[in-house]
Design a protein around this ligand. Sequence first.
Ligand code: UDP
Length: 488
Amino acid sequence: MALEEPHGTQLHFLVIPITSPGHYIPTIDMAKLLAQHGVRVTIVTTPVNSIRFGSILDQAIQSGLPIRYLEFPLPTAEFGLPEGCESLDEVPSDLARTLFLAHSSLQKEVEQYIENLNPRPSCIVSGSFLLWTAETAKKFQIPRIIFDGMNCFTQMINHVLYLTKVYESVDESESFVLPGLPDRIELKRSQLSFIFNSGSKDVADLVEKLRVSESEAYGVVINSAQELEQGYADEYQKIKENKAWCVGPLSLCHKDVSEKALRGNKPSINETECLNWLDSKDNGSVIYACLGSISRMEPDQLVELALALESSNRPFIWVVRAGPKTPKIEKWIDDEGFEERTRDRGLLIRGWAPQLVILSHPAIGGFLTHCGWNSTLEGVCAGVPMVTWPQFQEQFYNEKLVVQVLRIGVSVGAQNVVHWGEEEKSGVQVKSEELRKAIEMLMEEGKEGEERRKRAKELSKLSHIAIEEGGSSHQNMRRLIEDIRKLS
Ligand code: UDP
């Protein structure tokens, strides 16, 4: 493989994303922003991921942006993964761990690459779960920056949970208050991320390793804007001794519709068809329902969602995704004639939806989301209020941020984490009537609904200002780059 050397004194960031869309997508966005600030960026990737996630930057790279992809083949066959399966949304649930192991095996190639590079990269940016990248950074004495794509609110909750262990003395379904946060945030143990919720010794050990690796890292990049997390961003800064940089919302780095449409994957719906459909609807009238990129929701639960969308009597877009269980929900759609019977107002997208394009269309009036942080933040940027239906990881925390702190959402009332890959155990958690009520409340024309919509628009404005020249995130990106320059 031909090696390029970073030119002169230009900083060089080596970026290593986790092989999941929710991580890859904002990492590529961040690479673009870094390069726009004059940093040379190398993204470690694999062949299928390079095309799938990377092609959004083709034009930018051709026009001279200093980004390159460093591609290593993922040893899928050696690890028993189906060929071409390089991202979490494509693997069978029981092979998720194997995918991470296969990805870890790239450590050797990455280290060889660094070994042959003179000068060495100025820093490594990687997900905290990629513990091997911490070893590599240590070995070559390169500063490592963590990028998990999460917000300061979540970081603060994790911090409080870890320090106080307040959840240990309560029952599963009992609410407890998180001490020391700017707002009175209550959670249940059954809503915590798996790192505080598994009870297994393996996970406890992993959490400890993550803590150590995080404390050894030089700092943390956050996909958020300070203005969206008043109080929490400041507190987190203190904990990280000013080595936390809020540089988002990263999705706003894409301005062109054609570029937005390619984000994360090639969309499975023709862009013009999608826009024409949206153009035919009144402003603020459409519910957009999408539960993220890796959703494997039980077909019975998806039926509840379909029925709620139908009974809401409003136009809707439903991104039908259930991983390996997709044929089951497709069969229900066919048997029931669901698509036919809602054809006058429903659009079903199978496969990849051009989410940024859809959310920024004026016809969208509400976003029914699983509260993954990327989706949530994209909703904020678009100025669209949200129906919140958290499923796993830190999604229940994001729901609190949206509903209670930002006050731009209505909860469907989910009570328990549905662990990814274990959906069958949870069955139907939320009935169609509860979903319909939340949609109704979000879309209602009364005072509360109006205020939510107004706040959503204000937050959208703040997000856009933050990322523009002179805005807080723009300045934080500069501060990050200067911090690394001082180290080099
Ligand atoms: N996404 C998309 N089209 C889809 C599904 C998801 O563009 O059909 C994008 C979405 O815009 C977001 C990301 O995939 O940027 C999902 O990340 P998020 O953190 O919301 O949830 P996750 O998929 O990690 O659960």
